[in-house]
Design a protein around this ligand. Structure first.
Ligand code: ARG
Length: 232
């Protein structure tokens, strides 16, 4: 029986915006790690492909995929109808949703009803940005500041540059721990969203591999191991 060596396997370039712990972040040695990264690597191992991880701005991921600079988006990306027009998504691999956060010493805002005239920071191109702009258009928020990286979004909140942050709950929770309680979450989830891996529109071969691999790692316990490592 012949074994396929690692060198013979195809390599797919995975694009991610790594300020999104625990899904994707940079470790002390500068390497991009996280739940999404381990999961797509495990899927590649199951399906016989290698992955090379590349840092791409969140709002540049879909253009990078469409132009062929990357092959897969693994970036906590929510499956939306709008994005489905431009890319093909895998089956959902995890659920999350948006939450509103404020600085811990903010006693002014304790629910969605307190957002009138307030300012928000969000990540450029995210579903949080879409939600914030919706609230601004409805005359609720007075200003929305958009930043490329989520750590900058959180710093803006901590430094008092804005009143609230609208961002995915598990990620905000992760920053809450990192920032030693300088951030608090004011209410339950605003939305319920599912994350998917994305491939170029029509790239059925790769999409099938990702979906088959996802199903296999879910069935053989690998998915649970990865989840236990990043969500404890
Ligand atoms: N789930 C949100 C969205 O799809 C935010 C994702 C941000 N991901 C990241 N790696 N920065 O818009």
């Amino acid at each position: 029986q012949e074994e396929t060596s690692v060198e013979e396997m195809p390599t797919y370039v995975v694009g991610t915006e790594p300020t999104f712990p625990p899904f994707e972040m940079t470790d002390d040695s500068g390497e991009i790690v996280g739940f999404d990264i381990d999961l797509i690597k495990a899927i590649g191992e199951d399906q016989g492909f290698n992955v090379e991880v590349q840092h791409v701005g969140f709002d540049a991921l879909i253009p990078a995929l469409s132009s062929g600079n990357i092959d897969i988006i693994a970036s906590g990306m929510t499956i939306t109808d709008e994005r489905e027009k431009e890319v093909d998504f895998s089956e959902p691999y995890i659920n999350a949703g948006l939450a509103v956060a404020v600085a811990s010493d903010n006693d002014d805002i304790s629910s969605m009803d307190d957002l009138q005239g307030k300012t928000a920071a969000v990540q450029l191109g995210s579903t949080g940005a879409a939600k914030a702009n919706e609230l601004k258009d409805a005359g609720v928020l007075s200003e929305v500041k958009e930043f490329g990286a989520v750590n900058v979004v959180m710093m803006e909140l901590i430094n008092g540059g804005v009143d609230v942050v609208i961002n995915d709950l598990p990620v905000t929770e992760s920053y809450m721990i990192q920032q030693d309680g300088q951030i608090k979450i004011i209410n339950d989830q605003l939305t319920s969203e599912s994350y998917g891996f994305a491939v170029r529109s029509g790239n059925e071969e790769l999409l099938t591999m990702i979906n088959n691999g996802l199903q296999n790692v879910e069935e053989d316990g690998t998915y649970d191991e990865i989840q236990a490592e990043y969500f404890s």
